[in-house]
Design a protein around this ligand. Structure first.
Ligand SMILES: [Fe+2]
Length: 157
């Protein structure tokens, strides 16, 4: 789980991006991990991007088939910026960084307000499911001690 968490965005690195050219974010990380002999991590990272929540059919299939690790990683992605935050704060940050005009340029067509609402509802479904699995409320979610050490180590490396 820790390895998947640390490597889920690896396809954002320029060198990796070149290697997995053309694959959507998340699937690129999954392909890169598979090529490096870590195929077991691929399904854990592949579905984490928030953009996946815009696809209703994909989301329903994924919810039915995703491992607990994949669900936790996708949920953590919706709670973790530079620090742990609420989903509302995280989505607000995405809104500020990727306003509708920027999204329209990045992804063909962008997201309508209807899609944004649907994405939010699916994120809430994910939150409910993961918190139920973990036996906590969203307010009780905390970073574990290993994350501080891992982040310091990654920054130093
Ligand atoms: Fe990501």
């Amino acid at each position: 789980m820790e390895s998947a968490a640390l490597l889920h965005d690896v396809d954002k690195l320029a060198s990796v991006k070149r290697e997995v050219d053309g694959l959507p974010h998340g699937e690129g990380s999954a392909a890169w991990l598979t090529r490096r002999g870590c195929a077991e991590l691929a399904p854990v990272v592949a579905g984490h991007p928030v953009s996946r929540l815009a696809d209703a059919a994909w989301f329903e299939r994924w919810l039915d088939t995703a491992s607990s690790e994949a669900l936790v990683l996708a949920y953590a992605d919706k709670r973790a910026g530079q620090r742990l935050e609420s989903m509302a704060a995280r989505f607000g940050s995405w809104e500020r960084r990727y306003p509708p005009e920027a999204r329209a340029e990045r992804a063909r067509g962008g997201w309508s307000s209807h899609t944004l609402e649907a994405v939010w509802r699916r994120a809430e479904t994910l939150e409910l499911l993961v918190c139920e699995l973990a036996g906590v409320t969203p307010d009780e979610v905390r970073r574990l001690a290993w994350t501080g050490r891992a982040l310091r180590s990654a920054r130093a490396g």
